[in-house]
Design a protein around this ligand. Sequence first.
Ligand code: VNL
Length: 210
Amino acid sequence: MSLRYALLALLSVEPMTGYDLSKRFESSVAYVWHAPDSQIYPELRRMEKDGLLAGEEIPWGPNSKKTQYRITAEGIAAFREWMNTPLEYSRERDPVHLKAAYLEWADHDSAMAHMQAHIDYHTLRREQWAGMIEELRTGTNVMLAKRLAATPEPDRRRTTEFKIFTYEGLVARAETEIEWGRRGLELIDLLDGASGVGSGPLAPGSGPVL
Ligand code: VNL
């Protein structure tokens, strides 16, 4: 359901075709809200049906057409309403932590690989988010540049700073995850070393005593 607000946020700047929107999405809001095209296109059609967007057929090449979506007054009101409504938090459903809680069932190498994958994933994300901060600070992000061009000067600072603030939070979170992953590697080594487990291949069924 948040996808529609991400799309409204982008369309609040200017009308776009589904294709342009999907490309713009990828280099901006997708860094915080991942959605494949297979969700974006149907959502745009639903939003049009709900009156949040108005679709207009525009020529595309010599003999083709595309739908260009423009946010309606109702769409702007819906976005503002959402922004002023408290979020409902959902309780965690995190397979990584679920797995971490039962690592005594994993082989030493698998346990180490889980933690290393966690470190690698968050290292990549940290770099991507840090890269976005750089784009936002230097004015090289296309979406933000368009938004700022359509924003009255007194509001430009908050428009930029809240986005940087968002990514700073994500970078800090990634760093915590990397640190936790490193502690996991150390812990697995320490515990497996202590019990003798992990010093060689385990016989099937030689996990925890049931
Ligand atoms: C925008 C630009 C949003 C860059 C972003 O993430 C971003 C925007 C929420 O102007 O809508 O990374």
